[in-house]
Design a protein around this ligand. Structure first.
Ligand code: PLP
Length: 440
């Protein structure tokens, strides 16, 4: 097919996620290699978002491709009730990389069903039904995960599931109360959450679900003491802590899992994306030894046809080995320092940049109309004029590929990117921001 035919058939027959369908102009991609992709005309694009923050090792990773091929030659599928080498090996490798309180893995197809199954497991284990999650969060778009989600992608699912309670996140850049330290802010948020749990009835709360670091809603990094405070609250009330590591996991923040940055141990960890880097889709829930032990004698009421798909697990094993062999965490920490420096420079220089937030290679640029008032460049949930889409389009025309959410540009390149490549790419962002400065 020609590039034009692909585009026409795609827009003619495929419903594209999160979009008004009319006027869509998807770029047909012919091939990818590392952090780059090429269209059929030979134009090169740099992937500055690792696709949907999942293609952590970039395109064309030979290790992963070979592992999938080798497994495909043995068998492509075997039901979850059989023992399968790639499934067994990946589960063990994951448990070895998780904190020492973790016991077993329940595999899913992606992140949304990982979160839904984590909630089901927490309800079965605790015998309680309520689940707390935060407003500025995204946990997936299926019915259950979409109800855990706090931001506007939840609205089409309303009225929501009874017992799904929302609480405020520590979004300090936009907090109206002035705190002198991060610890003070954490104390405030934890105290409010404690109060809310009491009002809801502490004995009815099964779990608190958190993106350890809020991802698509703007890389909101927990203030010092916050996650430790949540952990304590959970322990005090017998509530399970579910950390959603779908975006933050697998090296993105410079640690294997995001929560390691604060030294806490969750009861359940949900993961997807970076476990296979999207070479084949896979997700899962890691549960603590205590929870795993509970299901020795109690029936686990969870199941999926593709739980632990052998091809996906083979990809996962190769992926985890690649993270180790290529010393990915070292690269994230090195390249992350350069990204941080460049982002701070952009914040200093541009009137339209209200805030930059980053950890490892996980970052966001928050755009404002006015630095002092912090008025967002587009109103929350209502960018009807398509201002952010326009900015993303201008970046794309320069070959800088990423996406936005609300008034934020997400920057989360593949974890193999070099410092020089980051500097080279951020020049393009600098140029577009200069134009935005003139328009505000
Ligand atoms: N949780 C988080 C933090 C996510 O960012 C996402 C997707 O972006 C999901 C869950 C849902 O994952 P999936 O799209 O694989 O269902």
């Amino acid at each position: 097919m020609t590039s034009q035919e692909i585009k026409e058939q795609q827009t003619g027959y495929v419903l594209q996620s999160w979009s008004k369908q009319k006027g869509l102009k998807p770029i047909p991609i012919e091939r990818g290699e590392g952090i780059y992709m090429w269209d059929y005309e030979g134009n090169r694009y740099t992937d500055m978002s690792s696709q949907l923050v999942n293609l952590n090792v970039g395109h064309g990773n030979g290790y992963i491709v070979e592992a999938i091929k080798a497994q495909a030659e043995k068998y492509c599928y075997i039901s979850p009730s059989y023992a399968s080498e790639p499934r067994a090996e990946l589960a063990k490798m994951l448990i070895e990389r998780l904190p020492d309180n973790m016991g077993k893995i329940f595999f899913t197809n992606g992140g949304a069903d990982a979160n839904e199954n984590a909630v089901k497991i927490a309800r079965q284990y605790t015998g309680r039904h309520k689940v707390f999650s935060r407003y500025r969060s995204y946990h997936g778009s299926t019915f259950g995960a979409g109800n855990l989600t706090g931001e506007p992608r939840r609205y089409p699912l309303e009225p929501g599931i009874p017992g799904f309670v929302k609480f405020f996140d520590p979004y300090l850049y936009r907090e109206k109360i002035h705190f002198t330290t991060e610890e003070e802010a954490s104390e405030y948020y934890i105290a409010k959450l404690r109060e809310q749990i009491q009002y809801e009835g502490e004995n009815s709360v099964a779990a608190i679900v958190l993106e350890t670091i809020t991802g698509s809603n703007g890389i909101i990094i927990p203030p010092k003491g916050y996650l430790q405070g949540i952990r304590q609250l959970c322990d005090e009330y017998g509530i399970l802590l579910i950390c959603d590591e779908v975006m933050a996991g697998f090296g993105r923040t410079g640690k294997m899992f995001g929560f390691e940055n604060w030294g806490i141990k969750p009861d359940l960890v949900t993961f997807a994306k970076g476990v296979t880097c999207g070479y084949i889709q896979l997700g899962g829930v890691a549960v603590s030894k205590k929870i795993a032990e509970y299901f020795e004698e109690n029936f686990l009421s969870c199941g999926l046809t593709y739980s632990g798909h052998p091809l996906a697990c083979a990809a996962g094993i190769a992926c985890l080995k690649f993270y180790d062999d290529a010393e990915i965490l070292d690269n994230v920490n090195k390249a992350g320092k350069i990204l941080a420096k460049e982002l701070e420079r952009l914040k200093e220089k541009h009137a339209s940049v209200g805030d930059v937030r980053y950890i490892g290679l996980f970052s966001a640029v928050e755009l404002v109309k006015d630095k002092k008032t912090k008025e967002p460049l587009v109103p929350y949930g209502r960018d009807t004029a398509g201002v952010m889409k326009g900015i993303i389009g201008r970046l794309s025309a320069k070959g800088f590929m990423t996406y936005s959410h609300e008034n934020m540009i997400l920057i989360a390149p593949p974890l193999i990117i070099t410092g020089e490549q980051i500097t080279e790419e951020l020049v393009k962002l600098d140029e577009v921001l200069k134009e935005v400065d003139m328009e505000i």
